[in-house]
Write a protein that binds this ligand. Structure first.
Ligand SMILES: Cc1cc2nc3c(=O)[nH]c(=O)nc-3n(C[C@H](O)[C@H](O)[C@H](O)COP(=O)(O)OP(=O)(O)OC[C@H]3O[C@@H](n4cnc5c(N)ncnc54)[C@H](O)[C@@H]3O)c2cc1C
Length: 214
């Protein structure tokens, strides 16, 4: 089994039984997460910024405006930390203390650089677009040279990473089990609601494949 941790930064200390370090688990969380949070230190100030992402093997890619602070810090080569979170359910216990959530999350450590070659930028933008909606890149007009020049792409090689997962029901104190308070899990899923066509959409334009009823 191929693993991405644990290392000095990624070893789960708190509830280590919930940890996973295998590539398959970590990459599945990264690929399912609709967004990530990028943490960096900006002039001594820890800062965490949410953004979209894609994955090309063991390299994560993010994009943005050429002069954005996020892009500049992420591409600086200084250490960055990215988190990916999937909320699977609310864990409702009889006591406030034992409330929790079911989740799958990943924490990634690495350092980034600016992607300069157009071909590599396009591959990164395809990964980001298709992570947002599977198959979307093939359906849309690709970036023209002006758009490509205006878009900065940062690649971040995964140096080490951890996953942490909670599943299952609440764990209440034995003394609370007879209390007349509902306990269990309220599952959460993320799904598309009814699509809302743009007002200026040409009538009859088919829906993106990923939004069509199955
Ligand atoms: C949706 C959600 C809600 C949560 N709510 C709470 C809460 O209310 N209170 C609370 O204390 N904790 C909560 N957690 C757990 C929290 O993410 C941390 O795992 C926990 O607080 C311990 O943090 P630490 O820095 O002390 O862990 P440590 O075990 O000391 O962290 C060491 C290393 O373990 C890894 N690691 C730690 N946490 C995670 C993680 N979640 N996913 C992947 N790798 C991880 C990282 O690589 C980290 O650098 C929640 C997690 C999720 C996903």
């Amino acid at each position: 089994m191929s693993v991405m941790g644990p290392g000095d930064r990624s070893r789960v200390a708190r509830l280590p039984g919930r940890a996973a370090y295998d590539r398959e688990t970590i990459c599945a969380i990264i690929d399912e997460a609709p967004l990530c949070h990028v943490g960096f230190v900006d002039h001594g100030q820890p800062t965490v910024i949410p953004t979209l992402h894609g994955r090309l093997g063991d390299t994560l890619v993010i994009h943005g405006a050429q002069r954005s602070r996020l892009i500049e810090r992420a591409a600086s080569g200084e250490p960055v930390c990215l988190t990916f979170t999937l909320l699977d359910g609310l864990v409702l216990a009889r006591s406030a203390f034992h409330h929790s959530v079911n989740y799958r999350s990943a924490v990634v450590f690495g350092a980034g650089w600016r992607v300069k070659e157009d071909e590599e930028k396009l591959a990164a933008l395809e990964a980001i677009t298709d992570r947002l909606m599977p198959g979307r890149w093939a359906e849309v007009r690709p970036p023209n040279p002006r758009e490509l020049a205006a878009t900065a792409v940062v690649a971040i090689r995964i140096e080490e990473a951890s996953a942490k997962l909670r599943t299952g029901p609440p764990v209440d104190d034995p003394a609370d089990l007879a209390l007349p308070i509902w306990a269990g899990v309220a599952p959460l899923t993320t799904q598309f609601a009814t699509p809302e066509p743009a007002e200026d959409l040409t009538p009859g334009t088919p829906l993106p494949r990923a939004l069509r009823p199955r």
